[in-house]
Ligand binder design. Sequence first.
Ligand SMILES: [Zn+2]
Ligand SMILES: [Zn+2]
Length: 346
Amino acid sequence: MKALRLYGPRDLRLVEEDVPRPAPGEALLRVRTVTVCHSDIHYYRFARIGDTVSDVPLVLGHEFCGEVVEVTPGVEGEMGKGPAVGDLVAVEPAISCGRCRYCREGNPNLCDHLLFSGTPPLDGALREYLSVGAEFLFPLPTGFTADEGALLEPLGVALHGWDLAKLRVGASVAVVGCGPIGLLLIQLARIGGAGQIVAVEPLEYRRALARSWGAVALEPDEHLERHVRDLTEGHGVDVAIEAAGTLPAQEEAARIVKKGGTVVAIGIPAEDQLIMTHHVIRRKGLTIKIARRMKLTYPRAIALLARGQVTLEPLLTHHVGLADAEQAFRLVEQYADGVIKAAIHP
Ligand SMILES: [Zn+2]
Ligand SMILES: [Zn+2]
């Protein structure tokens, strides 16, 4: 089979490898769609995120959907409802142990023994086949596409960020950064009962999508704070969710939230720092929460999509095969050609 391995910064190579043999309890998947995340771009550019370094050739890809082509004993699941051959499945990319203190406390995203698809040392999905433990597979209802299956992962990240926001019905929210996660958060804000929804985003085509989902979309210019105050009776929003992964977005989120409000930071900045002006966050007495990926979100993500409460496909703007994957990485890296989300089909 073909696999795409990252040998170092900007050094992706298409290599020929054996199809993996699924261990007992695992299913073999034919990978159908992998969507490119900005965390993949971090590895592509620097071969590292923070102190996690990719020092062996790594297969990237953690937002993906596959078709089950082989199951082993033990995959049947409770009452025979496990994934079966032919099923499309979404895949939880975080492989948690289920036994450590943090897993038992209900925080598998903080597991002591966590492995994550496409993060060293675990190979991800940019290859034709991979095998995954059945407990991490979520069979998709009929009618779901493989592209939607892949996008359930970023929807899960948005859901986890939304959970942290704990927004009360009718309260106001700002989403700073309208990439895929930000645009999903705007959809969640609408169905979650937010009052005023403010989107902050420098790119007009992304602001247009934010507007189409009910947000007032603003540019992050020198008038931003005043514009947000005008929309919120002079106070600022109750909650600001930073989903841009840039230092300016962190500061903007702190500046447009009201006194006593909450900032949820989701983005991963290239500088590996969180920077907000201290007197701003101190005088306002802000609560700042940091999202760590997601946890236990697949069943809700699937339900929201099945009921038509969120739409995912407008986010998918580009499609390429595995051999052209680097094109997709460059598009996402450079915010080129109106890209929101690019899909790679191995
Ligand atoms: Zn991602
Ligand atoms: Zn654990």
